[in-house]
Design a protein around this ligand. Structure first.
Ligand SMILES: Nc1ncnc2c1ncn2[C@@H]1O[C@H](COP(=O)(O)OP(=O)(O)OP(=O)(O)O)[C@@H](O)[C@H]1O
Length: 592
């Protein structure tokens, strides 16, 4: 692109369409692991690194310092210490030597190669490359900058939305780049930084302390839309940051409301409903973390914990209630809880919440509220859920990040054809294999009894510590099991669907689907536990003819993810039959 403004850039982050092909010795690249968004923002002064060639989107931060002042500060004074880090070096002025690695001012000469170099950091990179013979020394790596409309500038301290100045074509281009699709009217543009949406200062600081330096794609679009007061239906990959994309607007709304209406009587202002206790616990924890230091208190309302304590907490005054529908209805029917001020309702895992089983309870709660803003989220949103969601909210905006209803592409799916009788043996082989076992591991089964029996069998056979977790266990035990699993005291946890959805099992990179769940939707959620924020994970999936109902969809999902389809599955008459029916239907459609 025309480069004048590059002179003023102190940093850049890039969204890569793919992971770098090889592990990079360059620490700057280590943060760019995710295929969709960068991990915490890193200063990337080395704009010339050829590995960035494949960048899809660049977000660049304007240098806060004035260049001239920068020069003066750095001083050309002899005897000043050698610059350790590349970003401490200034830009090269016309005619000055430039660093062969990053293009900044080549203040030093590398004693081993005679090349101009800006800092110790670039020297190490240069020598590393030399050692690996990856690149001929002394030749500047090729530079391919993205075209102008792929660069977006983020100005710190500028509280106007960073994308406010973009034309509608640029907004569309930005959405395409971050793989966001929107449906609906008056959708605000995506944000490029949290600082651009005028959040309470404390919330901004809490995000920073949590390491949330840049919004993920779903957050880029959902946060401004929710702050704008829109009703939303959001679909985005498992592990893509959906929780914060509803909690940030919720915390911001509650805190702003309390700042404007300080009163002694603190009725709840927002509600988050989720299908499981584990997920409620996690959402409440994250809400507390984001609302720290703000007028923002939460109440956790789930079965298994004493109801009296939960009611007391609400009566003391809270801004947010996080709960499962069953317990919440229990409380609302037995006690007088003022809900008139609840103006935001979040349905997390909305497809599950609007399914039979939860739907009536959710609707009962919804009807008890006064037309709240409604925010609905899931990694899987089938058409029925979309239809219901539409009927619940006016002017609904649909936001979809990535490919809807598909497994997270960071999870490698390995489907193994195993007859039911051999499944246990196969599992033990995996758990005892140094090559294949990557603890901590979640093993998903379909029944509570199955979970207990299998965890005992694992202990006996492998001598490993294993636990089971399911809906029949007391809440205290479920909490304790999850804690010891997440703390690494136990390497295997055998779970039913209670851990299948939403739960952020940080550190888990391997999931074993021992019993296929009864829908591909649940499968997408279960294997999603193996990857958070684009980290790579593996799902080992046991399949046999008992799962024939899912063959067609499973094969579709595997093919679209580029995963291998076992011969037995590909050749099964259930797969073949369903595909040929599908094809016949298509043909008929065409001939009409
Ligand atoms: N902007 C961000 N920067 C860094 N980390 C983030 C950011 N947003 C979320 N995270 C972290 O990413 C992880 C996954 O987020 P989250 O649990 O919200 O995913 P999700 O989309 O709700 O997944 P699922 O569909 O499985 O529920 C969490 O550990 C969360 O703390």
């Amino acid at each position: 692109p025309p480069l004048p403004s590059l002179q003023n850039l102190s940093s850049a982050v890039c969204l890569l369409p793919v992971k770098p092909q090889r592990p990079s010795p360059d620490p700057l690249l280590l943060s760019l692991q995710s295929p969709l968004w960068p991990c915490p923002r890193r200063l990337v002064p080395a704009l010339h690194l050829s590995l960035f060639d494949k960048c899809k989107l660049w977000i660049m931060e304007e240098d806060k310092k004035d260049n001239k002042q920068d020069m003066a500060n750095n001083g050309e004074a002899t005897g000043s210490p050698i610059k350790e880090r590349c970003w401490n070096q200034r830009e090269a002025l016309p005619g000055e030597p430039s660093c062969v690695i990053c293009g900044r001012y080549g203040e030093y000469i590398c004693d081993e190669t005679d090349d101009d170099i800006c800092s110790m950091e670039c020297k190490e990179i240069l020598l590393g490359r030399l050692a690996n013979s990856r690149r001929p020394v002394g030749v500047s790596p090729s530079v391919r900058f993205p075209v102008t409309d792929e660069c977006f500038y983020v100005r710190d301290g500028d509280h106007k939305s960073d994308s406010e100045s973009l034309t509608s074509d640029q907004i569309e281009a930005l959405r395409r780049r971050i793989e966001i699709q929107v449906k609906g009217e008056f959708v605000p543009p995506p944000i490029l930084s949290f600082s651009s949406c005028t959040l309470p200062q404390k919330l901004q600081q809490n995000l920073e302390s949590a390491g949330y330096e840049l919004p993920t794609p779903v957050q880029m679009q959902a946060i401004p839309a929710a702050l704008f007061g829109k009703n939303l239906l959001v679909s985005a990959d498992t592990g893509s940051g959906k929780t914060a994309s509803f909690l940030v607007p919720v915390v911001s709304h509650c805190a702003n409301y309390r700042f404007k209406h300080p009163s002694d009587h603190k009725n709840p202002l927002a509600m988050v409903l989720t299908p499981t206790r584990e997920l409620c616990v996690q959402v409440e924890e994250q809400a507390k973390m984001l609302g720290k230091g703000l007028p923002f208190k939460t109440a956790l309302v789930v079965g298994g914990d004493a109801m009296a304590g939960q009611i007391y907490r609400i009566q003391q005054g809270v801004e947010l209630i996080v709960g499962t529908p069953g317990r919440l209805i229990d409380i609302l029917t037995k006690h007088d809880i003022e809900l008139d001020e609840v103006s935001v309702l979040v349905l997390d895992e909305v497809d599950c919440m609007l399914q039979r089983g939860f739907r009536d309870q959710v609707m009962q709660i919804f009807r008890a509220l006064r037309q709240p803003q409604i925010l609905m989220y899931s990694a899987t949103i089938p058409p029925e859920a979309e239809k219901m969601a539409n009927s619940m909210a006016n002017d609904l905006i649909f936001v979809s990040a990535g490919k809807p209803n598909r497994p997270n592409c960071s999870v490698k799916q390995v489907v193994i054809w195993v007859e039911s009788k051999q499944k246990k043996q196969k599992l033990f082989e995996i758990l005892m294999s140094k090559q294949h076992f990557k603890p901590p591991v979640v093993v998903f089964v379909s029944s509570r009894l199955g979970a207990d029996l299998l965890s005992e069998a694992i202990i006996v056979t492998t001598k490993m510590r294993a636990l089971s977790i399911h809906g029949e266990k007391p809440m205290k035990e479920r909490r304790e099991s999850l804690r010891s699993f997440l703390m690494g005291e136990v390497s295997v946890i055998v779970a039913t669907g209670v851990l299948g959805r939403g739960v952020d099992l940080l550190g888990v990179r391997q999931v074993i689907v021992f019993d296929m769940p009864n829908s591909i939707k649940e499968y997408v959620h279960q294997i999603g536990r193996a990857s958070r924020l684009g980290e790579e994970g593996t799902a080992l999936v046991f399949v046999n003819e008992e799962n024939k109902n899912l063959f067609r969809e499973l094969v579709e999902v595997l093919r679209s993810s580029g995963a291998a389809v076992p011969r037995e599955l590909a050749n099964s008459r259930y797969t073949m039959a369903s595909f040929s029916v599908g094809q016949r239907q298509k043909k008929r459609k065409h001939s009409c």
